[in-house]
Design a protein around this ligand. Structure first.
Ligand SMILES: [Zn+2]
Length: 640
């Protein structure tokens, strides 16, 4: 005890207690806890109005009105949304929060442990609590994904809603209304009650369904029927920066219709009443691919239809998101079965949820003709090479990368090849190719992963309510398709440390990964998209147009010479850096001349490094293994 405290202790006890209470009020009042989720329905309907008319400043204004009882209550702003795979809903964009009851302000305090929770005390006599607040769309991409532009807006209800803690999301009823910019059109899978001018009143929905039913609206809008005559329609709802960009040629529409047809043939079921692709073609609205059961949010750059010959990259987006209606939405991993949007999602089966969706998304793109078989093979070669050269496998198994959306939330990283990222998507796809070809091999090509897709995701045609599954369920379903010891087969690939990616599937499909000195169209397209020259499989890095080094392979040639992603190549063998200059140097070094000399800059310092590399330019390709069955051709062929 200090002397000062002893002096105070000599005072009468009552005065001491008062002195403590005044000095440390926060200690004296423990924070209100966020109520645990119960089973009752929230009494009454919450009215949520969204005013989406402030295009100039990209501000969504909300008014929420909820029936309440007097006393303490807690409201939550969603933190986790299905499909985000992490606690990534941007709380910073919620602003201006004010509560009131009967026209009088009600103060809020933020929970000190759960910062997404707001505590209020509803005054005596109050029956309704009002909340006014805004959602501020990022103004530029450094702040996040732009959700409102002069021509397009997207409403994700989880970003504009507050909801009472203590209740399951599916037991909270919300009646949404929306004010649109004058004359705009919109699409959403939400059922509309009425539309008067630019005011839209939706039917009441439970909060789960509401969050699963986002909305795109636009000044320029076009709707294309992708399943003419179908009992469960599939619509492509397009918004764009300008009217020209909406125009799809009949042959482009035919390819998208074929994709929908191939998906329905694959799964043999539908788990939507009507499916709506929300599709933004824009250089300003944020790009996105987000799955929902009866819709999906898709955002691509300008030119999707109008610059069709630019290349096939990006055409796997719509099939990928469509597959999610079955895989990820209708059927979901058990760890994704949560009560509300502030309960952590568990990601351990994302290699099924995303990995097999990646597999079928690519297969459907090829089967429908959205991409050619040659493109699909080149893209597969690029994926196989990427994961075969992932050095981070030595310390981090692919299984662990399912945690990456929680750990990193897709922020840029410096050493991707070593840190690893969300590899469960595309390496997951390679594992499923492995499974597919194993089933084909064991069954004498009578069965394939398609039988699993139908038996696992295609069950209970018409059912929209979610069916959850475990790892054991996956293994059991595979075993029913083809008897085999699937659990260790999968676990070896998920938990393994290589070396190299699981490429047995390629070999069983009759192809092998090789490298030659000519980049494929897929490699060239990805160089163009990322604005880099790709030396990944030769020098072990890529270079941006300004000479900036990126994508350094851990322990590759460039790495061993001390290169990192904050280094810029100034000159190559005393010539100013250009992609072609370095390519020429790599070619010439092959003929046994001196090593490649680079003048590099890091910060204000220049230094010279030398790359002792003799193997020439190397780009991934697939090559047929002579005398084997071409199972890739069978996989990519359209189903009659
Ligand atoms: Zn996905």
């Amino acid at each position: 005890m200090t002397r000062r405290f002893l002096a105070r202790a000599a005072r009468p006890a009552g005065a001491l207690a008062l002195a403590f209470a005044l000095a440390f009020p926060a200690v004296a009042t423990p924070p209100a806890a966020v109520p645990a989720v119960g089973n009752e329905a929230y009494p009454g309907t919450i009215a949520l109005h969204v005013d989406a008319t402030n295009l100039a400043q990209q501000v969504f204004r909300m008014r929420l009105s909820m029936p309440v009882r007097p006393g303490p209550m807690t409201l939550l702003y969603p933190q986790w949304a299905p499909g985000n795979h992490g606690p990534n809903i941007p709380l910073t964009q919620l602003a201006g929060l004010k509560f009131s009851a009967g026209g009088k302000p009600v103060e809020w305090t933020r929970d000190p442990v759960n910062v997404y929770a707001f505590h209020v005390t509803v005054p005596e006599g109050a029956r309704t609590l009002e909340a006014d607040y805004q959602f501020l769309s990022p103004l530029d991409t450094t702040q996040g994904r732009i959700t409102m532009t002069d021509d397009i807006l997207g409403v994700q209800w989880q970003s504009v809603a507050l909801y009472p803690a203590g209740y399951q999301a599916r037991r909270i009823t919300v009646q949404p209304t929306l004010t649109l910019p004058a004359g705009w059109q919109f699409a959403s899978s939400l059922a509309v009650d009425s539309r008067t001018g630019d005011e839209v009143r939706f039917k009441p929905h439970d909060l789960d369904t509401l969050v699963d039913s986002p909305l795109f609206a636009g000044r320029h809008f076009k709707r294309i029927d992708l399943a003419p005559g179908a009992k469960q329609p599939v619509m492509l709802n397009i918004v764009a920066d300008n009217a020209e960009s909406l125009e799809a040629k009949p042959e482009q529409v035919a390819l998208h219709r074929a994709m929908v047809d191939q998906a329905v043939k694959l799964f043999g079921s539908r788990h939507y009443g009507q499916y709506d692709f929300l599709f933004a073609i824009s250089d300003e609205f944020g790009t996105i691919g987000r799955e929902h059961q009866q819709s999906s949010e898709n955002g691509v750059k300008l030119g999707y239809f109008t610059d069709w010959n630019r290349g096939e990259a990006g055409r796997e987006l719509l099939p990928h998101e469509f597959v999610h209606s079955w895989n990820g939405k209708f059927r979901r991993p058990a760890g994704q079965d949560v009560a509300n949007f502030n309960t952590p999602l568990q990601n351990e089966l994302l290699w099924v949820y995303e990995g097999q969706t990646q597999f079928w998304g690519k297969v459907l793109a090829a089967r429908s003709g959205l991409v050619s078989q040659a493109y699909a093979r080149d893209a597969l070669a690029a994926d196989a090479a990427r994961y075969d050269n992932t050095q981070g496998r030595a310390w981090r198994a692919m299984q662990d990368t399912v945690n990456d959306p929680i750990i990193n939330g897709r922020k840029p990283i410096g050493w991707g090849n070593w840190q690893r990222s969300e590899d469960y998507y595309t390496e997951g796809m390679l594992v499923w190719l492995d499974v597919d070809t194993k089933i084909r091999e064991l069954s004498g090509d009578k069965r394939s992963l398609e039988d699993f897709a139908r038996a696992f995701f295609g069950v209970e045609d018409g059912r929209t309510e979610t069916l959850y599954y475990t790892f054991e369920d996956v293994v059991t379903a595979l075993d029913k398709v083809q008897k085999f010891d699937w659990a260790p087969f999968l676990r070896t690939r998920l938990d393994g440390h290589g070396p190299g990616a699981p490429l047995d599937g390629l070999a069983r499909a009759g192809w092998k990964l090789v490298y030659d000195d000519k980049p494929s169209d897929a490699v060239r397209a990805s160089e163009e998209r990322a604005r880099v020259t790709d030396f990944t499989y030769s020098l072990g890095f890529q270079v941006r147009q300004d000479g900036g080094v990126t994508g350094v392979i851990w322990d590759g040639t460039g790495f061993r010479a001390g290169l990192a992603a904050n280094t810029t190549i100034v000159a190559v063998n005393n010539r100013v850096y250009k992609g072609d200059v370095l390519k020429t140097a790599v070619r010439e070094a092959k003929d046994g001349k001196a090593p490649i000399e680079l003048l590099v800059r890091k910060g204000n310092n220049l230094r010279t490094i030398s790359l002792d590399y003799r193997d020439g330019l190397r780009y991934p390709k697939l090559e047929r293994i002579p005398g084997t069955k071409d199972r890739l051709e069978a996989l990519f062929r359209a189903v009659k």
